[in-house]
Design a protein around this ligand. Structure first.
Ligand SMILES: NC(=O)c1ccc[n+]([C@@H]2O[C@H](COP(=O)([O-])OP(=O)(O)OC[C@H]3O[C@@H](n4cnc5c(N)ncnc54)[C@H](OP(=O)(O)O)[C@@H]3O)[C@@H](O)[C@H]2O)c1
Length: 333
């Protein structure tokens, strides 16, 4: 394979609402415009990637398409001088892998403003085990902490705890000194969550006990939620006076069936988390934390490494809510 062609996953709409995935050879010349050409070493699998790879609505409008909302690699060329050739960079979010050819190809071309330098303290591989899911976990903890929740304030609830965002959130929170209570639907994974740093693991039924009432007993100083729906509603109803919940996902439901009582009687804050358009300043700050004093300590326990050919099962698992931790995609392996 020459430097002008490369291997990529391409998803094609073969008939209305019918999609096919293939690993093909693509040409660098066919990549979209942008100042920065990156030789991708690693990508990862996020919930959104699975939606894009299957043609599910809400992520990718235009096919044929190469998914992959994450990419880490080395700069092959940069026309505006922002990065040097050979410099290691990370791209997450913006339009990468949505309607811009993404990290499931050995090269991407993007606006240089989308990239951040690989922070000192992380390898390219570690940065993609973290990926968008881990960055989102870090951003959630960062915003929760900036809103005043400190480690000695009490228990922090993490929902969807065995998933990508949840696993890294448990690890980061434990590293930052918080006492983590992880809620999971997977009874077989309690030991995994304790290994990541959860002080306590509860099942979804326990979490939802009494959630039909307007308010529940105060329990959480903070909440990192990826589920939405009834789970987030129950978490808000049981957040302690002055506590903070963050909301980044909708694996349970995009609805939020909650009354105003947690907000007006207990002063609870609900913070929205968006990793896609996250401004540069907090983006750099969160990556610095993830490479430094919040660096997850159990990345190897969290990761399942595959090549492009090995993505089929992980895609099916993540859509079924069955995956554990993070799937790393090795583009050069
Ligand atoms: N806002 C942003 O910028 C941003 C960034 C990244 C991700 N997200 C969103 O965050 C969510 C999680 O992403 P992820 O990559 O962590 O996905 P993931 O790896 O699939 O993890 C989701 C976890 O949620 C739990 N879960 C699944 N279905 C559920 C249901 N019906 N009810 C309750 N729990 C359920 C499962 O964990 P247990 O079995 O342990 O309960 C599952 O492993 C997605 O909605 C994703 O789109 C948003």
């Amino acid at each position: 394979m020459s430097e002008s062609s490369f291997t990529a996953m391409v998803v094609t709409e073969t008939a209305p609402k019918s999609f096919n995935r293939a690993i093909v050879t693509r040409s660098v010349a066919d990549l979209p415009p942008g100042e920065l050409l990156i030789k991708v070493h690693y990508s990862s699998l996020n919930f959104k990637d699975a939606l894009s790879a299957c043609g599910k609505p809400g992520v990718t409008k235009n096919y044929p398409h190469t998914p992959g909302i994450d990419a880490a690699g080395e700069v092959a060329s940069c026309s505006d001088g922002r990065f040097k050739v050979g410099e290691k960079v990370i791209v997450t979010g913006y339009d990468l892998g949505m309607n811009t050819a993404g990290g499931y190809g050995q090269y991407i071309r993007v606006p240089s403003a989308w990239a951040v330098p690989l922070p000192k303290g992380l390898s390219l591989k570690e940065s993609m085990i973290i990926g968008t899911a881990g960055f989102t976990a870090g951003l959630s903890v960062y915003k929760m902490q900036n809103n005043g929740v400190q480690p000695d304030d009490g228990d922090i609830l993490v929902t969807g705890a065995t998933g990508g965002v949840g696993s890294i959130a448990v690890d980061v929170l434990a590293r930052a000194g918080y006492k983590v209570v992880a809620v999971t639907g997977k009874t077989a994974e309690h030991d995994y969550l304790k290994q990541l740093g959860a002080a306590e693991v509860i099942d979804r039924e326990t979490m939802m006990n009494g959630s039909d009432r307007p308010m529940m007993k105060e329990r959480w100083a903070g909440v990192i939620d990826v589920v939405g729906g009834d789970m987030l509603a129950a978490a808000l109803k049981s957040t302690r006076y002055g506590g903070t919940a963050t909301c980044c996902g909708l694996v349970g439901s995009p609805d939020l069936p909650v009354n105003v009582f947690p907000f007006i009687l207990r002063g609870v804050s609900l913070l929205g988390i968006d990793s896609v358009q996250c401004p540069v300043e907090p983006r750099l700050k969160v990556w610095e934390k993830l490479a430094g004093d919040w660096k997850p300590q159990h990345l190897e326990a969290t990761v399942n490494e595959v090549t492009l050919n090995g993505l089929e099962q992980p895609i099916a698992d993540i859509l079924a809510g069955k995956s554990r931790g993070r799937t790393l995609v090795n583009l050069q392996g």
